[in-house]
Unconditional design. Structure first.
Length: 218
């Protein structure tokens, strides 16, 4: 059921003829915001890439992105989808820094870092480092200038492989070649990551987050 009456009057819907109680939504009649709300409720849970970058001027930036996955393991590559700023205001700082320097670090945060991760999504004044504003400690990366977060259980250093523009925003799909994996020693078991010990934060719709929950081995 569409609860917003204003949206319901505009969005084209049809009832599934099978009688299964399914409503079909036509994205051609929906605004980008409405589509975003539906898609972020469908694609759940989503892993979060907590990304550090450094500008040409040396200012560090930190932001979370849940349009994130790995796209190759041989060689290893990660991909992050970064939308443009609202109202056509141009590139977000993370995207601008990656385009300018070709460097970024993807962190996987555990639940002890939920508060700063959520806070890093806010808009900060130009030239302000989210890392400094949130009082987070960093350590040097091994292969690139962008720093990594000291307390994140996993950090992955990347160099830009390709930037692909998608959609009307456009969204920029940043594909990075993995240069180095930094993994907390206690998480490794026979060459695999212990997901329960990692306790990664995942993203749901709206401002909601989730834990891994029940793990079912097969």
């Amino acid at each position: 059921m569409i609860r917003d009456a204003r949206s319901a009057s505009r969005i084209s819907t049809s009832v599934d003829p099978t009688g299964s109680g399914v409503i079909c939504l036509d994205p051609r009649t929906m605004t980008p915001s409405e589509i975003y709300k539906v898609m972020t409720g469908i694609v759940v849970p989503r892993p979060i890439a907590w990304v550090t970058t450094r500008s040409r001027q040396g200012c560090t930036n930190l932001a979370p992105f849940s349009s994130f996955t790995f796209v190759s393991h041989s060689p290893p590559m990660l991909a992050i989808g970064i939308d443009a700023k609202p109202n056509g205001a141009g590139l977000k700082d993370t995207a601008r820094n990656i385009v300018d320097t070709s460097e970024f670090v993807v962190h996987i945060a555990d639940h002890s870092l939920l508060s700063p991760l959520h806070a890093s999504a806010r808009e900060y004044p130009v030239g302000t480092s989210e890392i400094d504003a949130l009082g987070l400690a960093t350590v040097p990366s091994s292969h690139i200038e962008a720093p990594r977060l000291r307390d994140a259980p996993i950090a992955v250093e990347c160099r830009l492989h390709r930037c692909i523009e998608l959609g009307e925003g456009p969204t920029r799909l940043m594909i990075g070649d993995v240069l180095c994996f930094h993994v907390r020693d206690s998480l490794l078991d026979a060459g695999k990551i212990d997901t329960a010990l990692l306790d990664p934060i995942s993203r749901l719709a709206g401002s909601n987050y989730a834990a891994v929950g029940r793990i079912t081995p097969r």
